[in-house]
Design a protein around this ligand. Structure first.
Ligand SMILES: NC(=O)c1ccc[n+]([C@@H]2O[C@H](COP(=O)([O-])OP(=O)(O)OC[C@H]3O[C@@H](n4cnc5c(N)ncnc54)[C@H](O)[C@@H]3O)[C@@H](O)[C@H]2O)c1
Ligand SMILES: O=c1ccn([C@@H]2O[C@H](COP(=O)(O)OP(=O)(O)O[C@H]3O[C@H](CO)[C@@H](O)[C@H](O)[C@H]3O)[C@@H](O)[C@H]2O)c(=O)[nH]1
Length: 578
């Protein structure tokens, strides 16, 4: 979680004649606001939950990915603005605070010449702005403070470790801090749909440590009505302690996706703020307006905001399950799922995104959030609605099983003692995250059938994979799961290559040299439909891709003799059933 603040309220700023006007100034006094930037001022405790699935025990096994990068980003912007102001002052420049709607801090300052006195005020304030990100996990915090950040995210390192021209760190240690001192950030725990124990405990923590009235922001994905629980816990604890502080609860769900987090934060499709108090909503909207255009900042009531986050993920996952179900049909009929996706995606009502057939969706959010939705529907007696969304998850499991069954079946109905090279273990490219990765079920099924699985993933280490197996109560014989240092090492002597994650580098490999060192026939199963299949057939591979029937060589020749393709394609169960 994160708290933004200012070490004390600077006497010189803001004055009532500042552009933000009377109303915000009133809030400034009322809230004892301690953070001021570009005409915005606020103080809040970010309410962040850890991760867990509906059907799993609570477990915070990674760092506050969403909120931390958000606030790291904010610190970055502040720092950019501050540095620009410093530069402007040293050049005797004349600039004024950029308007809240301008996206680019530097451009905003440059293009709006004004009174230099204001520069000095802003500079002083911005220099003292800070963001503290706290997490009770000491190891994680240690890594946030080191050169090895605990998560991989393109662009994140540049923000956290940004350097000034003199080699000093621009943000970390200056206005961006990582700490285990939870009371500094007023911490929040983690819960599953039906279990608000952690939310409750966080409410108590906030009530205990808050030194003045606060806006409390739900940043985590939470079941609808969680804000009500937080509000009740806060007010009851405050009353019991004889205090008079106010707490305004806002829902501000995070929509960033892993692998594109920094881009998503920089230019989000929308920011959603739900609340009951318009002034509190406005304070948070003003924060975002530092880099998000106002028309992309949506405000709703609390419950719409909480529910919208679950629904957004459910709808996205539903598209993936829908196209995956069609991929199975394509394999039986000779249609090509990529062509079908293109054909339907050009209908502007459907759109082209999230129509890539895959071995199955993964990640910490989709399954958890759909299961939350299912649970909530059931709580309200909406059994048919619950069953509808449950099917999205069931289809996803079926896809993973069907894909792996096909591998086993193609390798003459057994993979016992066979070396299988698995390319990719992360749940998607550009992340090292393995939570709910489809690779888990694929590898588990292969290993249960006796295969020796050699994984190569540019960002995943075996320890993280083993943790995820354990989390799912899946036993791993360490002789059957080997993490290779290179794709060559993984593929050398293998019977098959299985592509599970769509890392760009997988497209660049010299597949001829990999093929030469594999057992023959050499199989390749493309669980992401990302490789040039005809070229692979030309090399000599027997290629199986999702949602495609027989794959032909570039010259149009069939790769598999007819008697094999006629042999049927029933699923193997391998201990799993859809
Ligand atoms: N990962 C994403 O891409 C993403 C995107 C949007 C929204 N979200 C939502 O954000 C939330 C967090 O996701 P995540 O992936 O960062 O989870 P996570 O489990 O990786 O991180 C949660 C962190 O919270 C810490 N924590 C738990 N209780 C604490 C407490 N009381 N005080 C201080 N720290 C505490 C844990 O140690 C852990 O490091 C979830 O609700 C998730 O649904 C995540
Ligand atoms: O056409 C597609 C698109 C995605 N996927 C898979 O779906 C999963 C989820 O992908 P994505 O949504 O890109 O990643 P997440 O980081 O899980 O992001 C989702 O979950 C976050 C956490 O709630 C939300 O904030 C984001 O908006 C939402 O996209 C991954 O396994 C992808 O490989 C497919 O199989 N086919």
């Amino acid at each position: 979680m994160a708290i933004c603040g200012h070490k004390d309220i600077p006497p010189s700023c803001p004055s009532k004649d500042e552009p933000m006007g009377e109303k915000i100034f009133a809030q400034f006094l009322e809230l004892d606001v301690s953070f001021i930037a570009g005409g915005t001022k606020y103080e809040f405790a970010a309410c962040l939950q850890g991760e867990s699935n509906h059907n799993h025990l609570p477990c915070g096994h990674d760092l506050l990915r969403a909120t931390s990068v958000l606030f790291a980003q904010l610190a970055f912007w502040l720092d950019k603005a501050r540095r620009f102001v410093e530069a402007a002052i040293s050049h005797g420049g004349a600039c004024k605070a950029r308007s809240a709607t301008e996206q680019d801090g530097l451009r905003g300052w440059e293009e709006n010449p004004g009174k230099s006195i204001r520069i000095r005020q802003q500079s002083k304030i911005l220099e003292e702005d800070f963001v503290v990100i706290v997490d009770m996990n000491e190891d994680r915090i240690k890594r946030w403070n080191s050169d090895e950040l605990p998560i991989y995210e393109p662009g994140l390192m540049e923000v956290v470790k940004a350097l000034l021209a003199d080699g000093k760190q621009a943000c970390r240690g200056k206005n961006l801090f990582f700490s285990t001192d939870v009371k500094k950030g007023i911490g929040v725990g983690k819960g599953r749909a039906a279990d608000l124990r952690f939310i409750e405990s966080v409410g108590r923590t906030i009530a205990q440590y808050a030194n003045r009235s606060k806006i409390v922001i739900e940043k985590s994905t939470v079941p609808i009505k969680t804000a009500e629980a937080i509000a009740r816990v806060l007010s009851a604890n405050e009353a019991a302690a004889g205090g008079s502080k106010n707490f305004w609860i806002l829902s501000n769900p995070e929509f960033l996706a892993e692998g594109t987090a920094m881009k998503d934060l920089d230019a989000p499709d929308r920011v959603l703020i739900g609340g009951q108090d318009q002034d509190a909503i406005q304070v948070l909207a003003d924060v975002y307006a530092n880099w998000v255009p106002r028309d992309r900042i949506l405000t709703t009531n609390l419950w719409s905001s909480e529910l919208s986050k679950l629904v957004a993920n459910a709808m996205l996952a539903q598209r993936v399950s829908s196209i995956n179900s069609i991929s199975r049909l394509c394999e039986r009929t000779g249609a090509d799922v990529k062509e079908v996706a293109r054909a339907i995606g050009t209908d502007s009502r459907i759109g082209p995104k999230f129509l890539n057939a895959s071995v199955g969706f993964g990640g910490s959010c989709f399954q958890k959030d759909i299961l939350n939705l299912v649970y909530i529907c059931q709580q309200f007696g909406l059994e048919e609605c619950a069953a509808y969304w449950q099917q999205v998850v069931d289809m996803n499991d079926y896809q993973k099983i069907a894909f792996t069954s096909k591998i086993i079946q193609s390798l003459f109905n057994t993979v016992t003692k066979k070396k299988i090279a698995v390319l990719g273990f992360a749940f998607k490219k550009d992340t090292g995250d393995v939570r709910e990765t489809p690779a888990l079920m694929v590898c588990d099924m292969l290993m249960k059938d006796g295969a020796i699985v050699h994984v190569y993933d540019p960002k995943v280490v075996i320890e993280d994979a083993l943790t995820e197996f354990k989390y799912h109560d899946l036993e791993v014989n360490k002789n059957q799961l080997i993490f290779s240092k290179s794709p060559q090492e993984a593929c050398d002597g293998a019977h098959a290559i299985v592509v599970v994650t769509e890392w760009d580098e997988f497209k660049t490999y010299d597949y001829k040299s990999l093929y030469d060192k594999m057992m023959k026939p050499a199989f390749l199963f493309d669980g992401r439909n990302m490789l040039d299949h005809a070229a692979l057939v030309d090399i000599g591979f027997e290629v199986h891709a999702l949602g495609k029937g027989q794959i032909k060589s570039s010259g149009g020749q069939s790769q598999i003799p007819d008697f094999v393709t006629r042999a049927g394609s029933g699923l193997l169960s391998g201990g799993y059933s859809p």
